[in-house]
Every structure is written in structure tokens, then in C-alpha cells.
Design a protein around this ligand. Structure first.
Ligand code: TMP
Length: 208
């Protein structure tokens, strides 16, 4: 693999979208070809799976179905976009990747971590991010930002604060366990401070 793989993580309202544009511009200005994508989604089939996962439904969705659909979309994304892009030498900037599954389906829904790890090993086949940027902020702050968006809440956004507290804790634990790969960004600060930190982290990765 010649390119580098970066994922962006965090609970709802962490401000990922704004920072993704900044990161893309930063890398492109330094001569990198950047493929921006997202999960669940990123391919035609993956976007259809995303719609199934996010649509609120009266009958709900079992935890295992949710987990397997996340990995189904991911398998397609790796096959069609991530692996070929990295092999070409492009940089892949992905809004969420497998850490989201450990945080949401593991921490949030309570699915056993080892089960997720087994499916992850099987699906990822050695692909992992070179860098994961975890945008962390208090759940209440994230939720107030989501409310301001004024669009209909998706199936995840409709969950209660305790669900997001579990997700946040799981993300933070993962960042503690893998400090080299997962960099913690305090997303409650102003945009300039966040982007200063991002510049430092990205400069380090560019020279690695
Ligand atoms: P987004 O709103 O950040 O685009 O992500 C869509 C939702 O999907 C978000 O609530 C997080 C959730 N999600 C999971 O639960 N597990 C996963 O593996 C991924 C990639 C996303």
C-alpha cells in the first residue's frame, strides 16, 4: 500500500464535516491525491445499506442485523474504494471506519467486543487506518448541535444521551489503548485551535 488511510470519528455533533474539508485541503496543498468517503456508504450498494440502517422504523432492527449490515457496507467499500485507492497511492479520508462499530455496536448496543473483532478480522483482511482522528466532546454539547440542524433525526440520532455516553467512553478507551493510531482531538474548542492541532498531526504523518 502506497497511500495512507485516515478515518474521522466521534459522537454526533462533533463537527466532523467541517474538519474533513480542512484536512482534504491541507493534504491536497501538499501534493496528495485525496479520496473522501464515508461509512456506512461510499459505494452505490453501501449507500443503499446506509439508507436501510439510518431510516427510523417502527419495528426496529436487531443488534446483529445492524452489526452485519455495517460490515456488509464496509466489505463493499474496502473492495471497491479503499483498497484500490491505497494501492494507487491515493490518500483515503473516511468519515468513520471500524472504530465506529466497536463504539456504537459494541459500546452503544452492548455487542461483545470479541465477536466484533472476529467479523472485523474477517472483513478487513489486514486493512487498518494509519491515523484515526477522534473528535471528542461532551454528549450534551454534541446533542445541542444536532438539534440546531433541524432535519429529521435518523435512527441513531433518536437514541438517548446514555447511549452516546457509552459510545463516547468506548471511543476514549480505544484512544487510550492505541495512542499511536488514534489521536484525541478536544472538539469543544474553537475551530482555529482544533485546526492547529490537526496541522501538527498531519505534518507528522506526511513525514512518516
Ligand atoms: P454519520 O451520521 O456520522 O454519517 O454516521 C451515520 C451513523 O451510523 C452514526 O450515527 C454512527 C453510525 N455508525 C455505526 O453505528 N456503526 C458504524 O460502524 C458506522 C460506520 C456508523
Amino acid at each position: 500500500m502506497n497511500g495512507k488511510f485516515i478515518s474521522i470519528e466521534g459522537i454526533e455533533g462533533a463537527g466532523k464535516s467541517t474538519q474533513i474539508s480542512f484536512i482534504r485541503d491541507f493534504l491536497e496543498a501538499r501534493g496528495k491525491r485525496v479520496v473522501v468517503s464515508r461509512e456506512p456508504g461510499g459505494t452505490e450498494l453501501g449507500e443503499q445499506i446506509r439508507a436501510l440502517l439510518l431510516a427510523p422504523r417502527k419495528t426496529g432492527m436487531s443488534e446483529d442485523t445492524e452489526l452485519l449490515l455495517m460490515f456488509a457496507a464496509r466489505a463493499e467499500h474496502i473492495h471497491q474504494i479503499i483498497k484500490p485507492s491505497l494501492e494507487r497511492g491515493d490518500w483515503v479520508l473516511c468519515d468513520r471506519f471500524v472504530d465506529a462499530t466497536f463504539a456504537y455496536q459494541g459500546g452503544g448496543r452492548g455487542i461483545d467486543r470479541d465477536r466484533i473483532q472476529t467479523i472485523s478480522d474477517w472483513t478487513l483482511k489486514g486493512i487498518q487506518t494509519d491515523l484515526t482522528l477522534l473528535f471528542d466532546l461532551p454528549v450534551a454539547v454534541g446533542q445541542s448541535r444536532v438539534v440546531k440542524r433541524q432535519q429529521q433525526k435518523d435512527r441513531f440520532e433518536q437514541e438517548k444521551a446514555v447511549f452516546f455516553e457509552r459510545i463516547r467512553n468506548c471511543y476514549l478507551q480505544r484512544a487510550e489503548m492505541e495512542p499511536e493510531r488514534i489521536k484525541l482531538i478536544d472538539a469543544s474548542r474553537d475551530i482555529e485551535s482544533i485546526q492547529d492541532q490537526l496541522s501538527t498531526i498531519l505534518t507528522e504523518l506526511l513525514s512518516a
